[in-house]
Design a binder for this molecule. Structure first.
Ligand SMILES: [Zn+2]
Length: 221
């Protein structure tokens, strides 16, 4: 599958697109310390391109953070707080402009939680069908990964969400308020259904790849 490039100011985003009107949005690489999942994700998407709904896949949403291997980008900002109209972050603008005018059925942002060994996800909007989520969480447990229970991030005032058995249904208004990518998708009517898996950062690369595979098997294929 052909690789494309989209440039806005000094930011160039690489992406793969299977249709002019993609219904599935897949994004990873928001944070530079969460990149072990990018290659497994690329492998799954590219080897299953025909099996997937029409999609656009952007493996690296924040090139400067990924190049530096850090959560923060070249301006010392967390890019996932800068998705809103007139954002001063060019890397956020680049992604927003790349997907402008689309209408996705569902969007996925793939993250890792560095230092974490347990799995969880944020669901938003229409919410993924309960049975599919149950299947995913069971698959993850079967991989030997525990499900997260408790507060997601005690240090970040924009998070501090109480997650139960690996699952949290997020509110659009909160996501919009904090400048999260999913909040932007909802507010601009690009996608109301959004899934944000947080793959544990402190497990082996093999386990991470297996979790990504389980997400596709349970929720996407
Ligand atoms: Zn992240």
């Amino acid at each position: 599958m052909e690789k494309h490039e989209f440039t806005y100011k000094t930011t160039t985003l690489t992406y793969y697109q299977s249709s002019k009107t993609p219904k599935l949005l897949l994004v990873s690489g928001f944070h530079g310390d969460e990149t072990d999942i990018v290659e497994p994700l690329r492998d799954i998407v590219l080897t299953n391109a025909r099996r997937l709904p029409p999609f656009i896949f952007i493996p690296v949403a924040c090139p400067s953070a990924v190049a530096a291997g850090t959560r923060l980008n070249k301006n010392n900002n967390d890019i996932n707080r800068f998705y809103y109209l007139n954002s001063p972050e060019d890397e956020a603008q680049a992604l927003m402009k790349l997907i402008a005018g689309q209408q996705f059925d569902v969007a996925y942002s793939f993250h890792e939680d560095p230092g974490e060994t347990r799995f969880y996800l944020y669901d938003m909007g229409d919410g993924v069908e309960g049975k599919k989520i149950d299947n995913l969480l069971l698959s993850v447990v079967n991989l030997g990964i525990e499900l997260f229970n408790g507060i997601d991030d005690l240090e970040d005032p924009t998070l501090q969400i109480d997650i139960v058995d690996g699952y949290y249904l997020e509110k659009e208004e909160q996501a919009v308020k904090h400048g999260f990518f999913n909040g932007y998708l909802a507010k601009s009517n690009l996608a109301h259904s959004h899934v944000n898996p947080e793959i544990p950062g402190a497990v082996s690369r093999e386990k991470k790849a297996a979790i990504v595979q389980a997400i596709f098997d349970s929720l996407i294929f």
